[in-house]
Design a protein around this ligand. Structure first.
Ligand SMILES: *Cc1c(COP(=O)(O)O)cnc(C)c1O
Length: 247
C-alpha cells in the first residue's frame, strides 16, 4: 500500500499496523516465554483474535502463516469465513454462547473455548455434522467472580467437565479463562496459577485434558509461565479494534 501523506517517523504508539510484523513480534514473545519457563519450543499455540477486524487483516495474517483465528460474534465470523473459504484456516469461537446459535457454530468452527453450561454443550454436540471430526471444546471458568463475565463457577467445573466429556460429538480439550486484568505481574500470575490448579483438579478426577487456553495481548507471558498451551491475542497482532462490537 502506498500513501502520499508523510506522517513523520514511526513512533511506538502510532506505528502503522502491519499484521505480519506484529505477528512475528508476538510469536517471538511466545518463544521467549516458552524458553524462560523451560517449556519446549512450539508448545504454545497462538490463536489470533480477529474480532472487530476487517477481513483484509485476517488475510494478511494468514499470508504471514497464521492459521488459527478466534472470533466472538457469530455473524461477523461467518462473513469472514465465507470471504476466506479458499484458505485452510482453523476457526475458534471464543465469545459468549447462546443456545440459539449452537447449530451454526457446530457446523462452522473447529473449536469452542467458551462452553459454560451443559445445555449449550448438548446443542453443539447435537448439531455437530457427522462428516466433521468431533468439535474441540474448552470449558470457560470464571475465576474472578465477576457476575458480568461468562464462565462456570469453579465449584461447578468438575461436574460440567464430566457431563461434557460424555457427549458424543464433542472432544473436551481443556479449560479457558479470562482473568480480570491485573497491573501487578505477580498477582496476574497468581490468577493464572489458579486456573491451572482448577485444570489439574479436573484431571485428578480422571478426565483427560490437554489444553489450557489463557493469556491475551497484555499478559501472555504470565499465562505461559503458568502453563498456558493456547494464548488468544488480538490487539498486539491487529492493533486497536476499529469496528464497534455488534449488539
Ligand atoms: C478479545 C478477546 C481476546 C483478545 O484480547 P486482546 O487484549 O485484544 O489480545 C482474547 N480472548 C477473548 C475471550 C476475547 O474476547
Amino acid at each position: 500500500m502506498t500513501s502520499a501523506k508523510y506522517n513523520g517517523p514511526p513512533s511506538p504508539n502510532k506505528a502503522p499496523v502491519d499484521p505480519a510484523v506484529r505477528l512475528a513480534r508476538v510469536l517471538a514473545r511466545i518463544q521467549a516465554a516458552e524458553a524462560q519457563s523451560g517449556r519446549p519450543a512450539g508448545s504454545v499455540t497462538l490463536v489470533a483474535v480477529s474480532k472487530a477486524q476487517p477481513v483484509e487483516m485476517v488475510r494478511a495474517a494468514a499470508a504471514a502463516g497464521q492459521r488459527a483465528f478466534g472470533e466472538n460474534y457469530l455473524r461477523e465470523a461467518l462473513a469472514k469465513m465465507d470471504a476466506l473459504s479458499g484458505l485452510a484456516l482453523e476457526w475458534h469461537f471464543i465469545g459468549r454462547l447462546q443456545s440459539n446459535k449452537t447449530r451454526l457454530i457446530a457446523e462452522r468452527f473447529a473449536w469452542v473455548h467458551s462452553v459454560d453450561r451443559l445445555k449449550t454443550a448438548e446443542g453443539l454436540s447435537h448439531h455437530r455434522p457427522d462428516a466433521a471430526p468431533p468439535m474441540n471444546v474448552c470449558l470457560q471458568v470464571n475465576v474472578s467472580g465477576e457476575a458480568s463475565k461468562g464462565g462456570v463457577d469453579p465449584g461447578g467445573l468438575i461436574g460440567l467437565a464430566r457431563e461434557v466429556s460424555a457427549l458424543p460429538r464433542l472432544r473436551l480439550r481443556g479449560i479457558m479463562a479470562v482473568p480480570a486484568p491485573e497491573a501487578d505481574a505477580a498477582l496476574q500470575r497468581a490468577r493464572f496459577a489458579r486456573v491451572r490448579a482448577l485444570s489439574d483438579s479436573v484431571r485428578a478426577a480422571g478426565i483427560h485434558l490437554d489444553t489450557l487456553s489463557m493469556g491475551m495481548s497484555a499478559d501472555l507471558e504470565a499465562a505461559i509461565a503458568e502453563g498456558a498451551t493456547m494464548v488468544r491475542v488480538g490487539t498486539d497482532i491487529f492493533g486497536p479494534r476499529p469496528l464497534p462490537n455488534p449488539a
